[in-house]
Design a protein around this ligand. Structure first.
Ligand SMILES: [Ca+2]
Ligand SMILES: [Ca+2]
Ligand SMILES: [Ca+2]
Ligand SMILES: [Ca+2]
Length: 399
């Protein structure tokens, strides 16, 4: 294969992951070594072969799970260029649109008659999530939520696979509401399930279970859900983290732990790897409703690893070492809570005559947008977008 600059760069970046693989998943390293020897390729090339990036090609941005706009960017038709998939309005009527990312022209549209909450233009709590409901070679489905009105599975051609309205669950007397659901394949059949708080939906929309959230977490709904092999033990499957009550459960809705005493109506549950020496992933939750609200980082066993002042939280790799730092609103922290940087977001917005985005949900995302392994912080309000990069000198390439 020709050694293009991009190929060299990709392989160079992959080298940074090799030590992490050796440290945290040695059993996979053995398999990768086998692939490497069998195929006569380098360790880094074999690592890339095994990478989930195969399903989500470079350049794909999956929308921030707590984004307040029902919008996402993804190459849903697989032609190599990203589409913008959004719920938007034409002459007062809502539509789901698939737009050409290069020109904004409409590729597909679906009239959307399901009620919104709150009213359009007033900070909708809704989502469009890329999913693989049909078990295709790559994700080509959508899960659309309207928060308090329903949840819907759609194909890439905007045909309905299934739909659930709130009434279906309310009739059972069980709350299901979830502002920010999450999709993942919990039973390893190649199709993704949808976790939306007190309900788990199978890929075909069938209700797998419901739970009484008042009984379990003393609340009407779970704002935010994330799924992953959080405890780092693949033998017991993937785990589900709830923001409300800050708790961890398995796919059979058996709870491992709850931190209800610390976190009441938690927001923005996030998963990351900030502590190299703590098994599994770390779980971050913003508690915004206690008398003394804080942001907590928990271990997969529910131990408090870090307590930070309240702020919309996100794990991200600010220094490019493969472990996460923490963005807590405009303050960036290391894994021990030390402040790395304060982003002058309000000052810049004010200086340019823009309103500073004060929302209870993250008005920023983090991503490697300049292509050098470290991740940037991107704030957006109106038509002003701010990208903050780490001002420290770029680290030398690692071997
Ligand atoms: Ca495309
Ligand atoms: Ca499945
Ligand atoms: Ca597990
Ligand atoms: Ca880092």
């Amino acid at each position: 294969m020709p050694e293009t600059a991009t190929r060299r760069e990709v392989l160079e970046r992959t080298k940074a992951f090799a030590p992490l693989f050796r440290q945290h998943v040695p059993e996979l390293v053995e398999e990768i070594e086998g692939v490497k020897d069998g195929a006569g390729i380098s360790f880094e090339e074999a690592l890339l072969l095994a990478s989930p990036l195969q399903n989500y090609p470079q350049g794909v941005i999956r929308t921030h799970p707590e984004c307040q706009m029902p919008t996402t960017i993804y190459d849903i038709d697989g032609d190599g260029a990203n589409e913008v998939i959004c719920r938007w309005y034409r002459d007062g009527q809502a539509f789901i649109y698939i737009l050409d990312g290069r020109t904004g022209s409409i590729k597909r549209e679906l009239r959307w008659d399901y009620p919104m909450w709150p009213e359009p233009g007033h900070g909708e709590v809704g989502h469009i999530i890329i999913a693989n409901l049909r078990g295709l070679e790559r994700p080509r489905d959508l899960v659309v939520t309207t928060a308090h009105a329903g949840i819907f599975g759609l194909t890439d051609e905007l045909n309905f696979l299934w739909a659930h309205g709130q009434e279906e669950f309310n009739d059972e007397g069980l709350p299901w509401l979830c502002h920010h659901p999450c999709v993942d394949d919990l039973d390893d059949d190649g199709c993704e399930e949808v976790a939306c708080g007190g309900v788990l939906l199978d890929h075909d929309g069938k209700v797998l279970w419901t739970m009484d959230l008042w009984a379990e977490v003393d609340d009407s709904h779970v704002d935010s859900v994330m799924i992953g092999d959080i405890d780092g033990d693949p033998s017991n499957g993937k785990e589900i983290a709830f923001s409300t009550g800050a708790c961890l459960l398995n796919a059979k809705h058996e709870f491992y732990w709850k931190q209800r005493g610390l976190v009441l109506h938690g927001q923005s549950v996030r998963l990351g790897k900030s502590h190299a020496d703590v098994p599994g992933l770390q779980i971050m939750v913003l508690d915004c409703t206690s008398r003394s609200p804080d942001t907590y980082v928990f271990s997969a066993k529910g131990e408090v690893l870090l307590k930070l002042p309240p702020g919309c939280p996100e794990f991200f790799d600010w220094d490019g070492d493969g472990l996460d730092e923490i963005a807590c609103h405009t303050t960036l922290h290391d894994a021990n809570g030390r402040i790395l940087a304060e982003l002058p977001v309000e000052e810049i917005y004010t200086a340019h005559g823009y309103e500073y985005p004060k929302t209870s949900y993250p008005p920023f995302i983090t991503a490697d947008v300049i292509g050098e392994a470290r991740e940037e912080v991107i704030w957006s309000s109106g038509d002003l977008i701010l990208i903050f990069e780490n001002a420290a000198p770029h680290p030398p390439h690692r071997n």
